[in-house]
Structure formats: C-alpha cells, structure tokens
Design a protein around this ligand. Structure first.
Ligand code: BGC
Length: 712
C-alpha cells in the first residue's frame, strides 16, 4: 500500500513528511486537518505561501451570498504567525532548509513542524506545534520556538486574527470590530452577511525567553478585517524564544453561550490562557483516549502497519468532523476544505453511519436526529415538487432548508457552456437512503425510544413521499419511477434506475410494516403518528403501490438492468479512466473526452448502482446472480467517485474474490492517504473514511445489519 505521506513501521498513529512541500501544501492541509466537531482548521502552515488554502469553519454557521449556494463561511485565520529575523520574513522558499520534519499525531491531532533554516549567514532552529482541543470545544493552541544558532538577532513576531479569508472569492463576513482588552487580548467581532450569525475570536500570546516568561505587551496593528499583535525581542545566540498562542472562537449559535459572544470568548480565554501548552495538550489527549481510542479499537494484523494507520486515520477524521450538536451533520468533506460547501449528502447514512451505529451509537442517534429536524425542509421540498410526505434534499445544510445543491458546474467539453447540475432536482434516492439509515440504526441498537420519538416518523414521511412519487404505467400495469439520476451520476433523466426503484420499494414496504406493527403493539404511538400522517390511508397506499411497483429483476443473462435503456447502449473500454489519477481539480478524466450527453449513451458507470443495491438488499439475490452482475458492471465502472471503492471491496470479499477485495480496500485507503498529491486538495473524503471502516468490519469482519422488510 503506497502512501503519499511518510509512516513509521513501529508507530500506528504517526504520519509525516520530510520535505517542506511548498508545491503540495493543499494535500497536507487537508490530511493534517485539526478539528473537534465544533470547529475545524486546515493545517495551513504559519507563514504565508501563494499556494496555501487557509480554511477554518464552525459547523452549522451556513451563510448564503446572493444567488450562490449556501455554504459554511471561511472564518478569520488564527493560525498565521509571521517571524522576521533581522528584518527578513521567514519563508521556506528563501534560504536553505535542513532537518525538516512535519508530523501529525493521529491520536490527538497535534501537528508539529521542525527544521533548521539557514539565511544570510545565520542559522535558526524552529519548532512549531499546535492542536485544536477536544477538551475545550472553542480552543486552539499553538507554540513556536525559535533559536538562533550562529549569531545574536532581533526577532519580530506578527500574529493575529486575519479576516481577509474568502470562500473562493466570496466574503461572507462583515468588517465587524477589532479591539484590545487588558492591553494583551486581541479580539475580532463579526457576523455573516445574510444569516447574521455572530462570531467573536480572541487571541492571547505568552512569550518566554529560555523558559522564563516575559512580561511584554503587544504593539497592536489594525488593518481592514485584520488585527495583529506585534512583538519584538532581541535574542542572543542559542537563546530560545517560545511563543504560546491561545485562540478561541464563539458564535451566536453556541448552546453554551452565557452572556454574548464577545464576553464569553474573552472570559474563556482569560481563564484558559493561565494553563500551559503541555497541560492543555494533555487534557485534550485524555479526552481523545477516554471517549474514542480506548473503545472499539480496530486491530489489524498485516505484513505492515499501513492498513492499521489507514483505519486509525479514518477514525480520526470521522470523529474530528462529526458535529458535537444534533442540529448539524457531517459534510461530504467534513470541515477539511471548501469542497461541497460543508453540505451533507447520502454519504452520511450510506457510508458513515455504520461506523457510528456500531461504535458511537449516541452520535448515530444525533446524526439521525438532524434528519428528524430536517423534516421541515424535506416536507417543503416534497411540496414544491407537487409530492407528499418528506423529500430529503440531495445536498443538505440547515435543517429548515429545502435544497442546497448548486445549479451550475464545470464547462461542457463539447458546448463550452457550464453544465447544469441536476442532482438537486433528480437525484432522489437520498429519501430512501435516509430511511435505510434509520432502519440500520434501529435494528442494530433496538433503540425503541428513538423509534417512537423520531425514527418511525422519518420512515413514514419518506414512504409517503415515495407513494406520491411513483408513476402508474397503464401499458405495463405497474408503478415506475421515471426521470431520475441514480447513484451513477453519468446517466441523467433515466427511468427505473435499479438502486432508486429498489430503495423506494423497500421504503414503502418497511413503512407498511411499521404501521401494521404499531397498530397491533403500540396504539399510543400509532395515534400520535396517525394525527400527522393519516395512517390507514397511508397504509393502503403503501401496500397497493409497493405490490404493483416495478423493481427490475435479473434478465435471461441474470443481469439486472441499471435502468430501462442502459443495456442497449454502446460499450467502451474504460481502463484508461479507471486508472486515471482521481480528484484532480474535480474534473474526471472521462470528461476530457466526452460530455455528459455522450456518456448518457454509453455503458459507463461512475460508481456502483446495481452492485450497491445488491449490497443493500443482499438477502434478495443468490450468490450466482451477484457474481454475474459483478462480472457485468465492475468492468464498466470508472470509480470517479471516492464512494465507489468500499462497496466494491465488500462485495468482492462476499464473492470470495479476495485479491480484488484487498485491491479495492487498498484503493479506499489511498483515496486521501495515497501518492496522488493532487487528491484531497479541497478536503478529504468523509464517505471514503466511513468506507474504510465498513470494508474492515462489514466486509472482512462480516458484521453488518441485514435488512428484514417484508419484500412482497
Ligand atoms: C458522488 C456522490 C456523492 C458526492 C459527495 C459525488 O461525486 O457521485 O455520490 O454523494 O460526490 O461525496
């Protein structure tokens, strides 16, 4: 298994690099992301470079700029730390760098960077370290040590809060106010332009000369959307200047707010900044250990420790990006970058939820509670489309939002025009996927209280949507679903997509099962839901529509057609696209040769559709049929989504294709950690992180929830 980071054979929690990688900063910024489920920071380094992408997000603070899609605003940067030595700014593309090491401790999210910098006859030893605290949700702490090795020198430090960040050019924050408290604490208060979420960020620095604290007040510098503390210290050769930066962030959405963002932020930092870097780091590490690592550890014996590092890394990323609060969910790229704007997709229920269900069920509960709260937006979306019940958005942001998917994408290779992204309109299977996630949670945990309070209602609202969505085909005497996009997004406006039809059918059956069960066993809950959903009418509709619903069955060759037309299209050799580097600026290799209209007429699949359906409903198919469909669809799949590898690995393992299973497992691990330095630039891939765990536990380990709806 080849990784684009260095690993150590005897340390399962360490990844690093031995070169400064100025040309590949973005990948490491994502991989070494630091977060605690409240806020998260890309690991951009302290000094500035042209290629850097600084991002900091607080979950749930979405803002919308005019006609653009709502997104998590990129917040003021608190990581910056400029060092001048005798008037020269430290930058690694000037002078000479040796003994470079950048390390990331997966166990507690601490990043360290150390090197010797030789510049104009002097040599400096530098060490940077920092973390986002798991013990104090609002807190970021960093420490910088500088030692001149050859001569005495004047060191000037500029460190502060830089609100000149944008989301690829869009400025979500107003200018706000900047000020100093008690001569030492710098603060910026601001708010988002449209959603009016307020923020306060406070910073405080403690300086030490050879470990003895200096009592120095900063010289303040204010620019537009920037506030900096400046310090100047004369160092003798071999003296060490250490600077500890304490920074926090509060928002008006915080449930733990006592007075207001500014007062809370200041009071919190005053208290916390009395503690040392080491003791705060220790406190944070203890929370990581106690809450996460000491439980449900996955241990892998292999010929090297790469798979073990991959699963530890995947778990770190999942935990660091999972909201601390039930009004939020996990973005497709978590908080690790601006890709997908912080939006939540089916990725959560279909790819990440199993990890939480089996190891942190309370988190799984909260992730589903978010979907319960989102029934407001989902009902509105159904209503807007002329349907009933709840239709979940393809891309979700705030629970009350109906749909957050953007409308325009990359340019079409043939027409040169921007391509319209139809997923927000046509990719409807998510409404089955959410219900499927609830079913898995209920079956694994037996959490009856969740079922009664939220779970049944989610499933029934989804079932009601499907009952209104299916269309009667008079000629064929059956219900169908036309004009959708299935998981294979290379086919638009398709009829009877296998995955969509199966999950819609299952959802209606499961809904009918629930109503029948409640009528018999729990009249109180039945009555409550009856008020909202008119259950006897819904029951009749579900039974009738599910029993007459078309779900594509294996044909004479045992192949399930992906949709009504797929099998009639031209077959092309996709080897070149399968093997292409993925995630290079988000344009798949295949779009360099064809546009979507052309792909629409080819048997080319972006990511599994029939095969994923077979994994979800494995009890319906014989091994022989699954094998036939594997043989048919796997060679036609380009894996242009990172979601593609893990289901293939699990299915290959089920089929006894162990080499293939390992190959796909390796690919899942390499989505972010692999050699391709252009991957993960806009953030890591959360579904793939969940997928790594799924392959190990659900695939190789064989532990999974099997669906048990009636199946008429
Ligand atoms: C995939 C979707 C996925 C989305 C976000 C797309 O490339 O095709 O299935 O939900 O990325 O991860």
């Amino acid at each position: 298994m080849l990784f684009g980071v260095v690993t150590k054979p005897d340390d399962d929690w360490w990844i690093g690099r031995n070169t400064p990688d100025i040309d590949h900063l973005n990948k490491l910024e994502s991989l070494m992301f630091q977060g605690n489920g409240y806020f998260g920071i890309r690991s951009s380094v302290e000094e500035h470079y042209m290629e850097e992408k600084r991002d900091m997000f607080v979950l749930g603070t979405f803002d919308k700029y005019e006609d653009e899609a709502t997104e998590l605003p990129n917040l003021p940067d608190i990581v910056n730390f400029e060092i001048k030595v005798d008037g020269h700014v430290l930058k690694l593309n000037h002078g000479q760098v040796s003994n470079f090491q950048r390390s990331f401790n997966i166990r507690n999210g601490e990043m360290t960077r150390s090197f010797i910098w030789k510049f104009e006859g002097n040599e400096y030893k530098l060490k940077f370290r920092r973390f986002v605290s798991m013990a104090h949700l609002h807190l970021f702490v960093s420490k910088v040590e500088i030692t001149p090795l050859a001569n005495n020198v004047r060191i000037q430090i500029k460190s502060g809060i830089d609100g000149q960040q944008t989301n690829e050019g869009t400025q979500h924050l107003i200018e706000g106010t900047k000020r100093l408290f008690n001569a030492r604490f710098i603060q910026m208060q601001t708010r988002t332009q449209e959603s009016k979420v307020k923020f306060a960020l406070t910073e405080y620095h403690r300086l030490y000369l050879n470990k003895k604290e200096l009592s120095l007040n900063p010289h303040l510098k204010l620019n537009r959307r920037q506030v900096y503390a400046n310090y100047s210290v004369d160092l003798d050769k071999e003296q060490t200047l250490s600077v500890v930066k304490y920074a926090n962030i509060y928002t008006s959405k915080d449930r733990d707010l006592k007075i207001n963002v500014s007062a809370d932020s200041l009071a919190n930092l005053k208290k916390i900044s009395r503690l040392s870097y080491a003791s705060l780091m220790l406190e944070s590490s203890e929370v990581w250990n106690k809450k996460y690592w000491n439980k449900s550890y996955v241990e892998i014996s292999a010929h090297n420790n790469k798979p073990q590092i991959a699963i530890n890394f995947a778990r770190y990323q999942l935990i660091a990006n999972t909201p601390h609060d039930f009004e939020m969910n996990i973005g497709a790229k978590g908080m690790t970058g601006e890709g997908y704007k912080g939006h939540t997709f089916w990725d959560t229920e279909m790819f990440m939820l199993p990890y939480f269900i089996f190891t942190l069920p309370q988190k799984a509960y909260e992730l589903l509670e978010y979907r319960y709260l989102s029934l407001i937006g989902a009902k509105r979306k159904a209503h807007q489309g002329g349907f009933h019940g709840a239709q979940y958005p393809w891309e979700a942001a705030m629970p009350e939002d109906a749909e957050s998917a953007p409308i325009w994408g990359n340019a079409d290779i043939v027409t040169g025009q921007p391509m319209k992204i139809l997923s927000g309109f046509l990719e409807q299977h998510v409404t089955g996927d959410v219900a499927y996630g609830v079913m898995r949670y209920l079956k694994a945990t037996g959490d009856q209280s969740f079922a009664n309070r939220m779970g049944y209602e989610i499933i029934l609202q989804c079932a009601k949507f499907w009952a209104s969505r299916v269309e009667w085909n008079n000629e064929k005497n059956r219900y169908e679903i036309t004009d959708v996009i299935g998981p294979d997004e290379y086919k638009e406006h398709v009829s009877n997509d296998a995955f969509t039809n199966y999950i819609a059918h299952w959802c209606m059956e499961y809904g009918a099962d629930i109503i029948a069960k409640l009528r018999q066993e729990n009249t109180t809950i039945y009555d409550q839901l009856n008020q909202k959903l008119s259950l006897s009418e819904l029951f009749k509709a579900l039974i009738q529509k599910a029993s007459m619903m078309y779900v594509p069955k294996p044909n004479d060759d045992q192949i399930i057609p992906q949709d009504d037309n797929y099998l009639s299209y031209k077959i092309i050799d996709v080897t070149k696209y399968k093997n292409a580097e993925k995630d290079v600026e988000d344009v798949s290799e295949i779009f360099k040769d064809f546009d979507l209209k052309q792909l629409d007429r080819m048997q080319v699949t972006k990511q599994p559709d029939v095969l994923l359906m077979m994994l979800c409903f494995e009890e319906l198919f014989s091994k022989e049929v699954i094998q036939k469909n594997w043989d048919y669809y796997e060679p036609k799949t380009t894996h242009d989504s990172s979601l593609s590898y893990s289901p293939h690995a699990i299915l290959a393992n089920d089929l006894g294709l162990y080499d293939k299973a390992f190959e796909y497992f390796e690919k899942s691990c390499q989505v972010d950690l692999g050699m391709n330095m252009d991957s993960s630039v806009k953030g890591t891939h959360m579904a793939s992180m969940g997928g790594i765990w799924n392959v190990i536990v659900e695939g190789f380990g064989g532990v999974r929830v099997v669906n048990t709806a009636t199946h008429s």
